[in-house]
Design a protein around this ligand. Structure first.
Ligand SMILES: [Zn+2]
Length: 260
């Protein structure tokens, strides 16, 4: 298959394809990453993805790029294929106000926190404040997890315990080295879900489904930096049943954000 940009891309198997929602993608410009809405939309079409969660690359509100918030809002207003998760820097004093303002406009369906890029521990007071505010608004919180000491699944488990009413998603389901830990954390805490992007082991998706069921596991790709067709193939290669595939590719996430 040849893409709109003339590149050869993976052919997603259409014969057993399901509706696909991508629970982890990006639309933003930062340093050398020029990931415009159009670029993500083009990749979504190539991969057969109906809707994608987008977050910015900047932890908002960014002092480094004063246009970052506007860019995020514009992308959401212009494209109904996008589902907004607001990425915040918990140590920015305007973070909570921005969350309240954007949530009031019904523009977002979740919060994204990245302890690694913000250097703010998941269980720090400012981070917990945002998690509590989100759960009061009925919004789930997607945490970047994996591979660095500040964002392991065990660190995020402290948040799930302190805020049992919050719905917490472990992004990358622990990354490279903490996948077993992510599955154990999700098994111990009913308010924790797993998101599959970039985690490199198809068999661990099968293991996660055996451990916690497919209702709390969401397909994610980290597109367009990562090609979403590869991430789809990874889930297909994990050998899930048709029902579990349907849950992971769309139904479970759809259910999560149904009321947001
Ligand atoms: Zn990402």
């Amino acid at each position: 298959m040849v893409s709109e940009r003339g590149e050869t891309v993976l052919q997603v198997n259409q014969s057993d394809s399901f509706r696909i929602i991508d629970a982890h993608a990006h639309s933003d410009v930062k340093f050398s990453w020029q990931h415009t809405p159009e670029q993500l939309l083009s990749m979504m079409r190539e991969s057969g993805i109906e809707q994608s969660v987008i977050t910015s690359y900047w932890d908002l509100p960014s002092r480094h790029d004063p246009h970052a918030v506007q860019r995020f809002e514009d992308a959401l207003k212009a494209h109904r294929e996008f589902i907004g998760f607001l990425r915040l820097n918990p140590n920015d004093r305007d973070a909570e106000t921005l969350l309240a303002n954007i949530a009031t406009g019904k523009l977002i369906h979740g919060l994204k926190l990245n302890p690694m890029t913000t250097a703010v521990p998941p269980w720090s007071e400012n981070s917990l404040k945002l998690v509590a505010a989100s759960s009061e608004l009925g919004l789930p919180v997607l945490f970047h997890t994996g591979d660095d000491p500040i964002s392991t699944p065990l660190q995020v488990e402290r948040v799930a315990k302190v805020c049992p009413e919050a719905s917490i998603i472990l992004g990358h389901m622990g990354g490279f080295f903490y996948v077993d830990e992510a599955i154990r954390v999700a098994k111990r805490n009913r308010n924790v879900s797993l998101e599959t992007s970039v985690m490199p082991y198809p068999r661990m998706i099968q293991k996660a489904v055996e451990s916690i069921g497919s209702e709390r596991i969401f397909f994610g790709s980290d597109a367009p930096g990562v090609h979403s067709a590869i991430e789809i193939q990874k889930v297909v290669a994990s050998g899930l049943s048709k029902d579990d595939q349907r849950n992971v590719f769309s139904d479970s996430f759809q259910e999560l954000i149904r009321s947001t």
